[in-house]
Design a protein around this ligand. Sequence first.
Ligand code: MN
Length: 205
Amino acid sequence: MTFALPELDYEYDALEPYIDAETMKIHHTKHHQAYTNKFNAALENHPELFEQTAEEIIADLASVPEGVKGAVQNNGGGYVNHKLFWHILGKGAELTGELKTAIEKDFGSVEEFKKQFEDAAATQFGSGWAWLVVDRSQGTAKLVISKTSNQDSPLTDGLTPILCLDVWEHAYYLKYQNKRPEYIEAFWNVVNWNNVAELYKEATE
Ligand code: MN
């Protein structure tokens, strides 16, 4: 048994013009496929790990055998991070309901939340990700913005990511070149808030 490249539930051109079809196709079929293959290869000699979900493996990275821990951190991280990224992309859904209320409670306003998320995405030096996560470490569920380097996942820190933005150059360079801030701004047009709200509900139940 191995982990499979997740299918997208939309076409590569579905996010145009904000994220172009060529970038989506290469990102999914080349980059995500490579993380998937290398993740599987890293687990080859540790088949017992396939009994867990990929997310469970990354959340419990400390238990992964030392010899493959780095490969799992990078490639298993790449596997789960992109899986979430594809899931929260899509057009046409508005931010409403309980998630909107929680964002207003924890950040003051939707505008302030977006500003802080954009800051995290813009200031992540080099390759990495910006995140909206649910933090339950203090007992109650709190929404927090964070950023990680390379393919590190908030799951490893005990957090539950519900929204993410890939700020590796491979995610935007074809269309935006060095203009990462324009890519970050365009991102808000292609967030599938219905799926983010569902993840929020699951994380806070
Ligand atoms: Mn990527």
